[in-house]
Design a protein around this ligand. Structure first.
Ligand code: NAP
Ligand code: MG
Length: 502
């Protein structure tokens, strides 16, 4: 059993929103069939504020028994409930209402996100939560636009297709954008008429639980969204293995993605995986460096580097390497790290002690491998899991710090000779989630966009993400595309109907 009784005032220092504080004080249970209940085992676990290492709340530790009950509820809601059969206009209205409700509670949700994850309030309030509402709103718009086709069959027959929901969907999400990842999963799944079991990450369960309350208040029928907090090996694996779950959608590490894929084989679940990355971010000397330097570096440091598409391999042409790396390092030295509630801080702590130790480990590995810390290179002294924005120079693409996903504010500057060389080095990775190119030469930009093996390529920008555009990986960064119309494919299946006319 978890020991500490959370001291909300102390743990939530900096938070001002009274609704957020009231939510922290209330019990945190599982949402199954529209009702909140403790885990059957009675177990709970702590969720921590990474900025001060204090316990924010105790969370129900759901496991297989709770997942079984949630699947029964989701199955019943799918087979017998109103949701999949509801008129599209009505379902759309409910989803628009959910988006509006999130907007109305944006201050509260942003504070809860900052407390649980550590990201600066300025980002949770101005990026994460607005993007959550927009994702629900975008997919609300899709509800009335999911079309089948009539096909050019022999005239004595009529063939058409229906796009039907997949059924019961298990959705396992990470801690880096907790509520936004919930929205990427729930938005399209609900639009298509599916029912869901959502498992938030153990480190950041709070906003998903508050969302559960808001979904119920908005009038979502019971069993359509069930939320099971808990651990990967207990609740997560029960979802991945469950014989009555039709689809599993996962975002997280490549290592766990492989486990999920294997576990899904039992009943051949449909699987979509959004996994890690080690993106090349390529700065050609003809780029507008005043834009490229800050944007490329924030492409490493945003969210304390805990971003699957972070541009952590910064490629700089050899003949201008020293000069450009100096600019990158100077920018890095001026990025402010600290209390996520304090205006002006661009970096908060990393999410957990585990992640802090992991990133610290890579700082030592970088030094041992012979890379030079041109900026940062160490944790910040004192309470909380803060790490200095770090730029390693003199990195080659074979070093561990260039090959492994660090998931912290750590970039690696690597020299390249010419276009061919940087295409080779950029693609010389097991990952393929994203890539960035900085150049004023339009022809080169488009040639490079084709040559780089990545699911998203940014030209003269970075981390541009919007529900209108697909997102997903090449190679071991996963498969399936979330967002845009592509997520409608993930959450529907096509039925071909034949009728004989004469
Ligand atoms: P992770 O283990 O892959 O966690 C992602 C989600 O999967 C969490 O909800 C987790 O639950 C769950 N999970 C873990 N083991 C599972 C299992 N056997 N079956 C089913 N679900 C399982 O990631 P992590 O351990 O938190 O982070 C490790 C590294 O993964 C990071 O350093 C980073 O490199 C990478 N990562 C990538 C992303 C991304 O967006 N691509 C996000 C997060 C992490 P618990 O939270 O309870 O473990
Ligand atoms: Mg884990």
């Amino acid at each position: 059993m978890a020991a500490a009784t959370p001291q909300v005032e102390r743990a939530a220092k900096g938070a001002k929103n009274s609704a957020a504080l009231a939510f922290l004080r209330a019990p945190k249970q599982l949402l199954i069939n529209g009702k909140w209940q403790p885990a059957k085992s009675g177990k709970t676990f702590e969720t921590i504020n990474p900025a001060n290492e204090e316990v924010l709340a105790l969370i129900a530790e759901g496991d297989k028994a709770d997942v079984d009950e949630a699947v029964k509820a989701a199955r019943k809601a799918f087979e017998e409930g109103a949701w999949p059969k509801m008129s599209p206009h009505q379902r759309a209205r409910l989803m628009f209402k959910i988006a509006d409700t999130i907007d109305q509670h944006a201050d509260e949700l942003a504070e809860l996100e900052t407390l649980d994850n550590g990201k600066p309030l300025t980002f949770s309030r101005n990026f994460d939560i607005p993007a959550v509402a927009e994702t629900f709103r975008y997919y609300a718009g899709w509800v009335t636009k999911i079309y089948g086709e009539t096909n050019p069959s022999d005239p004595s027959f009529f063939n058409y297709t229906l796009r039907e929901p997949v059924g019961v969907c298990g959705q396992i999400i990470p801690w880096n954008f907790p509520l936004l990842m919930a929205a990427w999963k729930l938005g399209p799944a609900l639009a298509c008429g599916n029912t869901c079991i959502l498992k938030p990450a153990e480190q950041t369960p709070l906003t998903a639980l508050r969302l559960g309350e808001l979904l119920m208040e908005a009038g979502l029928p019971p069993g359509v969204v069930n939320i099971i907090t808990g651990f990967g090996p207990g609740a997560g694996s029960a979802i991945a293995e469950h014989p009555d779950i039709d689809k599993v959608a996962f975002t997280g590490s490549t290592e766990v993605g492989k486990i999920i894929l294997k576990a899904s084989a039992g009943n051949l679940k449909k699987v979509s995986l959004e996994l890690g990355g080690k993106a090349p971010n390529i700065i050609f000397p003809d780029a507008d460096l005043d834009q490229a330097v800050p944007t490329a570096m924030m492409g490493v440091y945003f969210n304390s580097g805990q971003v699957c598409c972070a541009g952590t391999r910064i490629f700089v042409q050899r003949d201008r390497y020293d000069e450009i790396v100096e600019k990158l390092a100077n920018f890095s030295k001026n990025v402010k790290v600290g209390d996520p509630f304090e205006q002006g801080n661009l970096l908060g702590p990393v999410v957990s002690r585990e992640q802090f130790d992991r990133v610290k480990g890579y700082l030592s590995i970088g030094a041992e491998e012979g890379a030079k810390a041109a900026a940062g290179g160490a944790p910040v002294e004192g309470k909380g899991y803060f790490i200095q924005p770090t730029l390693f120079a003199d990195v080659n693409n074979n070093m561990k710090i260039a090959r492994e996903e660090i998931f912290g504010p750590v970039g690696a500057a690597i020299a390249f000779k010419d276009e061919n060389d940087v295409v080779f080095q950029g693609n010389d990775t097991t990952y393929g989630l994203s890539a960035g190119i900085w150049t004023k030469d339009v022809g080169r930009a488009h040639k490079m966009a084709r040559a780089l093996k990545a699911g998203t390529v940014w030209i003269n920008c970075f981390n541009q993400i919007d529900p209108i555009a697909p997102f997903g990986g090449y190679k071991q960064s996963g498969f399936g595309r979330e967002l845009g119309k592509y997520a409608i494919d993930l959450y529907t299946q096509v039925k071909s109907v034949w009728m004989k006319l004469s």
